[in-house]
Design a protein around this ligand. Structure first.
Ligand SMILES: CSCCC(=O)C(=O)COP(=O)(O)O
Ligand SMILES: [Mg+2]
Length: 225
């Protein structure tokens, strides 16, 4: 493996899409209203609500109006930073209570472990908040696998389809693009990384459309590329 660092997406890459869409998102839709109302004085919740008001362009939006808009954003799978922050806070309850565990494909766990043993630095870049990413890996099907990762990036670095996000990540990693491999199931994300010279591999887990990026159906096939 010729890379110094590998950055991986989560949904559709390390983890099953349906875990996000059929477990995490419905849990957040159900629990968010009560969570927000119970934690209005929490600084992180208050900051997320203010960020929602700014995005809604309604400085005086009520909590009920924000909750309605959050539900709409969840239904539309919008990758909006304050929504993702609130979802992460709510999912913490779900993981800690044992309502669900973070789905992780066996091949992803095994191969990430091998790469780390080879000295490759592993990073996560997901639209889910850093808190949500760490929860998924801390409470994963394979136990706490957070020691695998050297760092996490979320939409605070930029949207996953924007070239500038990958430039910001390279800047933080202090690595030339040729030494970095990015894994994702979404062609537009891979396209953005490739513009900068980052190597790309597409995961095709659930019948996603192939693209002109090298493609695999399992992490175990990546070594062979
Ligand atoms: C980090 S677990 C929740 C995933 C999530 O909220 C999401 O939007 C998935 O985005 P990804 O960039 O991992 O495809
Ligand atoms: Mg994905």
């Amino acid at each position: 493996m010729k890379y110094s660092a590998i950055i991986t997406d989560i949904e559709g890459t390390t983890s099953r899409i349906s875990f996000v869409t059929e477990v995490l998102f419905p849990y957040a839709a159900r629990e968010l209203p009560g969570f927000i109302r119970a934690n209005l004085s929490d600084a992180a919740v208050a900051a997320a609500l203010d960020a929602c008001r700014a995005l809604m362009q309604q400085a005086d939006a009520t909590v009920d109006a924000i909750i309605a808009r959050l539900q709409q954003w969840i239904a539309e799978d919008q990758k909006i930073t304050p929504l993702k922050a609130l979802q992460g806070m709510v999912w913490q309850q779900g993981y800690q209570s044992g309502a669900f565990r973070g789905h992780l494909y066996q091949d992803a766990f095994a191969t990430l472990t091998q790469w780390q043993q080879q000295g490759i630095k592993l990073y996560v870049y997901s639209s889910g908040s850093v808190q949500a990413q760490q929860l998924l890996f801390r409470y994963s099907d394979f136990g706490d696998v957070t020691p695998l990762f050297s760092g996490y990036f979320d939409t605070r670095v930029g949207a996953k389809r924007d070239i500038s996000s990958y430039a910001a990540i390279l800047q933080q990693l202090q690595l030339p693009p040729k030494q970095v491999l990015f894994l994702s199931d979404v062609t537009a994300e891979l396209d953005a990384a490739k513009v900068l010279g980052i190597a790309t591999v597409q995961l095709i887990r659930d019948g996603q459309s192939p693209s002109d990026h090298p493609a695999v159906s399992s992490f175990s096939q990546i070594e062979e590329l």
